[in-house]
Design a protein around this ligand. Structure first.
Ligand code: FEO
Length: 388
């Protein structure tokens, strides 16, 4: 599919309706797209990123539809293979020079074996004149990887933002104003990909906002014809502001932990708190990630297995810690059969969270009367911190 974004500016990317998993980890309930853009100046033609190599045929067909015989530059905003995987083929077929920053060049050489001689290095803020179309390169590190940058097309006020502001959302409606579905997909993408880097992304957004932008064209999902729609949401997500929401993650073997979690969640809901509960045995990690974006509090409930945290919960905790959400409070609840030190393990595993940890509630066997009192105290602490 090709789509015109502006005069002599085209979407030439590929839609991956079938992809169900990214990085063999992240579920893609709505597939994804790999967006590549063609900018035709009066003198030179530039391609902004390529697509995932598995979509090679579709991508080159798109360029054929536009009768492209020569491409002068292929801009690489990000070295990850879903955008850079076909760069060498573009160089080979169209004689293009690869335009990128120094860090990205280093990655392109190691990750997809782009040759040194084929690369033109640009600096932050540098411009490239295509003849009536000017590309300005703005470095936005850690908008996934350390080398990431965005490219701004001055005359048409289009920002090619690569992963930043993206969404894994396969749709032929490739340019959208906003809407609930796009917001859901973009927030999920933010949670899974961008959340760990939110402090630096906040600075990147401030830098981007110096530009006069009419369209944001990311490398996954729809183009935003109303940039403030996504910019305003991102500003909320990267801020330190949390909502009075409690994310509960649990796993239970003989229902002891389950009873504790259900009791605690019920009490919190009785107090009007928003609770998002996930039994991690069958949860979608993308949904957990989304729920972590705004929540003030995370509750972890696990039994002990082999003298430690239940392995499924260990995986979930690893992910929560790696995603670095802005969680302010952490509550730990668990049960065991005969002994163990799983609470210390969890504390060690959640060091990236700068959260206050409440007094854990750990019971031997099935929960008893005195343990319910401890749970009540924990509930009171959570409520106290979530009142404003
Ligand atoms: Fe879409 Fe970080 O690659």
């Amino acid at each position: 599919m090709i789509r015109k974004l502006a005069n002599n500016v085209y979407f030439v990317g590929a839609i991956d309706w079938d992809r169900k998993l990214f990085d063999e980890l992240i579920p893609l309930p709505n597939g994804t797209t790999y967006n590549s853009y063609l900018v035709k100046g009066q003198e030179k033609i530039a391609l902004i990123d390529t697509v995932d190599p598995k979509k090679e045929e579709e991508f080159f067909n798109n360029l054929d539809k536009l009768n492209i015989g020569k491409i002068d530059y292929v801009v690489s905003n990000h070295a990850e293979q879903d955008h850079s995987g076909l760069i060498n083929k573009v160089v080979e077929k169209y004689g293009a020079k690869v335009v990128t920053n120094e860090k990205c060049a280093e990655f392109l050489k190691t990750h997809v074996h782009v040759k040194d001689d084929d690369i033109k290095i640009i600096k932050d803020g540098e411009e490239l004149d295509l003849g009536g179309k000017t590309l300005k390169f703005v470095f936005t590190p850690w908008s996934h990887w350390p080398e990431t940058m965005v490219t701004y097309l001055k005359e048409d006020k289009v920002l090619f933002s690569c992963d930043l502001f993206g969404s894994h959302f396969a749709t032929s409606d490739i340019e959208q104003k906003g809407g609930e579905k796009l917001l859901e997909m973009a927030k999920r993408y933010f949670a899974e990909i961008m959340m760990p880097f939110r402090s630096i992304i906040k600075k990147n957004i401030e830098k981007i906002e110096q530009l006069d932008i009419e369209k944001i064209a990311p490398s996954h999902g729809p183009i935003y014809s109303n940039p403030s729609f996504i910019l305003n949401e991102y500003k909320k997500w990267v801020s330190d502001i949390v909502k009075n929401e409690v994310v509960v993650l649990y796993v239970s073997m003989h229902d002891s932990t389950k009873k504790m979690i259900e009791y605690l969640a019920d009490k919190l809901m009785d107090e009007g708190l928003s609770v998002k509960l996930h039994n991690i045995v069958n949860s979608d990690i993308g949904e957990i990630a989304v729920d972590l974006v705004d929540a003030s509090t995370v509750v972890i409930g696990t039994p002990m297995v082999l003298a430690g945290v239940h392995p499924l919960m260990a995986g979930a905790i690893y992910l929560v810690n790696a995603l670095r959400p802005k969680t302010k409070y952490l509550a730990l609840v668990g049960s065991y059969g005969w002994g163990g030190r799983f609470i210390d393990e969890i504390k060690e595993m959640t060091k990236n969270l700068k959260a206050e940890i409440f007094e854990p509630v750990v019971v031997k066997g099935l929960i008893s009367k005195k343990d319910y009192k401890k749970l009540d105290n924990l509930v009171n602490e959570i409520i106290k911190r979530n009142k404003d």
